[in-house]
Ligand binder design. Structure first.
Ligand SMILES: [Zn+2]
Length: 332
């Protein structure tokens, strides 16, 4: 009995093993008929996945591996393709704006990256107030002095003003400036300079230097005084006067210089000819003093172009009349 039981168990075991073997062999045959591929999937973040799959269409492989494409992603080869021989599926992102700029910069070698990035440097606006000096002006006043010098009458002082402006800066460099307002804090003071111009009295325009000196050949006492001097020659409108009331409004014959007038010697002349100036009148060389005269008097009607010769009587003066005479003037 026991032997029979053992035999039946053994038959069941053999049958079970046989069935198991048949099943395993069946799977093996199936596996041999379906091709299994090794596929590499490269994600857009460069992460790589290696998968084993029996699928061959890109969309199917991705679906099986739970890889979903984002809207901005591309896949190579495309979703409907069968996987190529290298068995790699690459997912990339569509270019972003910044990457576009970089690509553009690389493509155009004449535009540097720094320049392109520089365009993105922010512009900073500042409102600035500055105090600036206002330079003074110089005003010249002419004066009829005789020394040709000048002097400062009022010293110039710079003024001050406040300027407010808006400036645009890029990389700390001022690009643009717009003045908003200007306020004068202190007005400048003009400098006033007096220039003493060398003025020439009216006499010199008609005077000329004499080529001869009559004083060197005369024994007259006035001529002796000026023998070493060079005379100036000038024509004078010459008349005569005496010590009468008609001529002088008085009768004492005292000149304005205080000395008593002498006939054919005393001259009344304009203020350009100081008292003591000796004048030789060639046309009167045949007269008592040999034509030598000295300025001793003035007269209300005696301008710088006129001479009045003093004479002893009124009739003589009238007879002399008025003449344009060449005269030699010796400035003392
Ligand atoms: Zn008179």
């Amino acid at each position: 009995m026991i032997e029979n039981e053992k035999a039946s168990l053994s038959i069941k075991r053999i049958a079970g093993i046989a069935i198991l073997l048949i099943f395993i062999c069946g799977v093996g045959v199936m596996a041999a008929n379906v091709k299994v591929n090794h596929v590499k999937i490269v994600l857009s973040n460069h992460y790589e996945m290696n998968v084993l799959t029996t699928k061959t269409k890109v969309s199917d492989i991705l679906e099986e591996s739970h890889v979903a494409l984002l809207p901005e992603e591309n896949v190579v080869p495309n979703m409907d393709s069968q996987i190529s021989e290298n068995r790699t599926i690459t997912i990339t992102k569509t270019l972003e704006e910044g990457q576009d700029v970089i690509k553009l910069a690389e493509a155009n070698s004449e535009v540097s990256m720094e320049q392109l990035l520089g365009d993105y440097t922010p512009v900073i606006e500042k409102v600035i107030t500055e105090t600036v000096e206002i330079p003074f002006e110089t005003i010249t006043k002419d004066s009829s002095g005789i020394d040709g010098t000048s002097k400062i009458l009022t010293k110039g002082k710079n003024g001050l003003k406040e300027i407010t402006y808006r400036a645009k800066f890029k990389n700390n460099i001022e690009m643009e400036r717009t003045v908003l307002s200007e306020t004068i804090i202190k007005n400048p003071v003009n400098q006033v300079v007096q220039v003493n111009k060398k003025t020439v009295t009216s006499r010199s325009s008609v005077e000329r230097t004499a080529s001869t000196n009559p004083a060197t050949t005369s024994a007259n006492h006035l001529a002796q005084k000026v023998a070493g001097k060079t005379p100036m020659v000038k024509n004078f409108n010459t008349s005569a006067y005496c010590a009468c009331v008609k001529c002088c409004g008085k009768t004492n014959g005292i000149t304005s210089s205080g000395v008593k007038a002498s006939s054919w010697c005393t001259l009344a002349a304009g203020k350009a000819y100081p008292v003591g100036t000796i004048i030789y009148i060639p046309a009167l060389s045949n007269k008592p003093n040999g034509g030598w005269f000295i300025v001793q008097d003035r007269g209300g009607a005696i301008s710088n172009n006129k001479l009045d010769v003093y004479m002893g009587t009124h009739s003589q003066a009238l007879q002399f009349g008025r003449k344009n005479l060449e005269c030699y003037v010796y400035y003392m």
